[in-house]
Ligand binder design. Structure first.
Ligand code: SF4
Length: 351
């Protein structure tokens, strides 16, 4: 395929088929950054309410910088990948305090910011500042690999370099923003992973994958993500209508979010006696134990968690709890940032 046909056709397709999304009406780098961070690993339909809530709560980078971290995490709750929310908050503070609210305006200077990688830097640089640098996300890999018949593994460093170089040779210097939007939109709604609309595709005649029957096989992605199985045994100490929770500070999933006392095991637990845990040994004789009603399964990208919850009904006089646990009323729990798994259990059992 001759490269010069590619960009005008993609852009023409975009002008007729684009969705009206709120972040496409702004050139404000702060709002573009917000939308890109929220939409990573997230479908537009799921990310949109989060974007609208963040923009309403924090209309400027100064508002986000001034917000308490717990409030930001609470607003982020349910999107997963919580380190993104922490980086977002810290970078907002850096921009507000060290740069007087001004975003860096080039791809290379944006890359220096915490939590901003190649993809987000390219998106902000092109959408806000018209810099001709290509955004290469999963959609773009798919479109390019199919149209140009490229079989290089997109998970390999060589593959990423090849696609990045190709995308940057295709970008029209004076239409960077619209070209990048067009590429991502084309991959999201025309050249989709499992049901691309090849019949009505403006690139059908030139598409190598269509010509060779390799549409379903492209892009090639070799690395399979290994999913780790984890077994969480939660102990919910209940006293006087309050529950004991703690903030997660270990280098693990859900950092800074709140959950209950947790003992992890290598396999599903059949009996509480099988746990050798000093804290539980102290607490269990003092409480009435309510066994789990059911198990909960929670799936993350690299982990599958099976969780069970024991409620430990404690008398008023109890009890020496580990210092990281604190009692909270249900009203206070509502306001805490919590993993979706904890919210689901808490609502089902206690509300
Ligand atoms: S012809 Fe099919 S596979 Fe090729 S670009 Fe169009 S939608 Fe994608």
């Amino acid at each position: 395929m001759e490269n010069q046909f590619f960009s005008p056709r993609i852009i023409a397709w975009y002008q007729h088929n684009r969705r009206d999304l709120p972040w496409r009406h702004t050139r404000d780098p702060y709002k573009i950054w917000l939308s890109e961070v929220i939409l990573q690993q997230t479908r537009v339909a799921q990310g949109m309410p989060y974007y609208l809530r963040f923009v309403e709560a924090y209309p400027t980078v100064f508002d986000l910088a001034a917000a308490p971290e717990q409030e930001v995490m609470r607003l982020w709750q349910g999107l997963g990948y919580y380190s993104r929310a922490r980086n977002l908050h810290q970078t907002a503070q850096f921009i507000a305090q060290q740069r007087n609210g001004l975003f860096p305006d080039t791809f290379s200077s944006l890359l220096q910011l915490k939590g901003i990688g190649t993809y987000t830097a390219a998106a902000i640089a092109s959408f806000a500042f018209d810099e001709p640098v290509a955004v290469v996300d999963g959609n773009v890999y798919r479109v390019l690999s199919r149209v140009f018949g490229i079989e290089t593994d997109i998970a390999s460093t060589a593959g990423q370099k090849e696609f990045w170089t190709l995308a940057n040779t295709l970008i029209p210097p004076d239409q960077a923003a619209v070209f990048n939007q067009a590429m991502m939109e084309f991959g999201a709604i025309q050249c989709t992973p499992t049901s691309p609309d090849c019949l009505l595709c403006p690139l059908q005649a030139q598409c190598q994958a269509n010509a060779t029957g390799k549409v379903a096989a492209l892009p090639v992605k070799s690395k399979k993500v290994k999913v780790k199985e984890r077994f969480f045994n939660y102990f919910v100490v209940a006293q006087n209508g309050q529950l004991a929770l703690k903030q997660r500070n270990t280098r693990d999933i859900w950092q800074q979010l709140y959950d209950f006392y947790l003992v992890e095991s290598d396999a599903p637990l059949t009996s509480i006696d099988a746990l050798d845990d000093a804290t539980l040994r102290d607490i269990l004789p003092q409480v009435i134990i309510e066994p789990p009603a059911r198990a909960y399964t929670h799936v993350l990208t690299h982990q599958r968690i099976q969780a069970q919850f024991w409620v430990l009904h404690a008398p008023d006089t109890l009890l020496t709890l580990p210092s990281e646990l604190q009692f909270f009323s249900h009203e206070a729990i509502e306001a805490l940032p919590k993993p979706v798994l904890i919210t689901a259990y808490w609502k089902e059992r206690f509300l």
